[in-house]
Design a protein around this ligand. Structure first.
Ligand SMILES: [Zn+2]
Length: 102
């Protein structure tokens, strides 16, 4: 593998957004039903969670190379998240001969 890169994982990003919505909705539901002190404490927790930035836990590895022996461009891509295990892998050999002008 010739290159690697780290990104925010799209699955972790989606999971955090769902958790944010769950926390905000729960807080709205409890408005007026819990003590003002308890409400404000939970509001601070929600705000702190909303401010949290996700770490770059998605590792990408990729490689591409022309192979004159098989007349193809080999393209390989793989990513994997170290937190939620999201990931996938793609490998394709593209025939480049039709692109060559004769
Ligand atoms: Zn993830």
């Amino acid at each position: 593998m010739s290159a690697d890169n780290w990104l925010v994982c799209p699955q972790c990003d989606d999971n955090k957004e769902a958790e944010e919505n769950r926390m905000v909705n729960l807080l709205r539901k409890d408005y007026g039903k819990i003590s003002a002190e308890n409400y404000e404490e939970r509001q601070r927790e929600v705000k702190a969670f909303l401010r949290e930035e996700l770490e770059e836990t998605l590792r990408e590895d990729y490689d591409y190379q022309l192979d004159p022996a098989t007349e193809t461009l080999g393209v390989y891509y793989k990513c994997h998240c170290s937190v939620c295990s999201f990931g996938f892998e793609v490998h394709e050999d593209i025939d480049y001969l039709p692109l060559v002008n004769k």
